[in-house]
Design a protein around this ligand. Sequence first.
Ligand SMILES: *Cc1c(COP(=O)(O)O)cnc(C)c1O
Length: 358
Amino acid sequence: MRVYNFSAGPSVLPESVLEKAKNEMLDYGGSGMSVMEMSHRSKVYESIINGAEELLREVMGIPSNYKVLFLQGGASSQFSMIPLNLMKNNKIDLVLTGMWAKKAMEEASRYGQVNVVGSSKDKTFSYIPELDKSKFDPEADYFYICENNTIYGTKFPELPDTGNVPLVADLSSCILSEPIDVSKYGLIFAGAQKNMGPAGLTVVIIREDLIGTCKEFTPQMFKYTTHSENGSMYNTPPTYAIYIHKLVLEWIKDLGGLEKMGEINRKKAAIIYDYLDSSKMFHATVQGDCRSLMNIPFVTGNEELDAKFVKEATAAGFVNLKGHRSVGGMRASIYNAMPIEGCEKLVEFMKEFERNNA
Ligand SMILES: *Cc1c(COP(=O)(O)O)cnc(C)c1O
């Protein structure tokens, strides 16, 4: 029996995608082998990786002057790869909105100066800070944000206006959740294991003019040129993860694309936030317009009661609701593949728990 899986990542995948992968497991498209067993340089695999890129471009509306790279090393490798490739004046602007932004800040600090133009550290990263444009450095190599903060459940309600300074954004936990204007960014990256597919694949979408130079000591595998000049085939790409990513993109396209995905996601999030805002027991930890559509942290205010809730929820088939170890409480991650019924049933369960424990 499948459970309702609220994991922050790796996370739930669409059931139809898993079914399709199951049906194609032993013999992909008459090739007589699994995708896992194929040469990445075979004709049949070429159609998979090229198909995945074409679909991603179509679904996200990626302009032709952007490259799509299928890499490994997780989103975390990008924390180093970005400064190694994009730093020239050796200074950047960054908004500190949580642990992932902090990790990016620490890596960038190895190679240059990080100017923190806003921070929400004072309130455990429970909001997105207002930004004062006069603090932005027009000479910065790039302006860095983590757009959706997976751990704290915040999302930038609007993108900062960085002028000519390229905006670099970690979209690991919100990519493909709603339409975005790719042309507003210089570089977008995401670990696949939240909304794109399984772990092992990292997607980078980078404006072409940002590729070309890098620090002279940059390892070959950490240069964007290495991967862009070789069609993400300098070495063996994460072949099976890219195949599942393609199936996920087909699922999104069939469902009506990102407009429809965004509509469904807003509905799902509203079901949970509306209840949290009316409950006497459970409270959302994020208020106002910086609430994430994907990750919803909440608390009762009583640690014992939180633990009891997580335990009973797990037994009832609502799993992975425990909050991140740095925040406590609960967190419901409701990525694209979480069905509306999962959110409705979770709220029913929470109401019942509230009645029984009032
Ligand atoms: C999960 C996550 C990461 C880390 O991804 P890895 O692939 O494990 O390196 C980075 N940033 C954000 C916003 C995330 O949600």
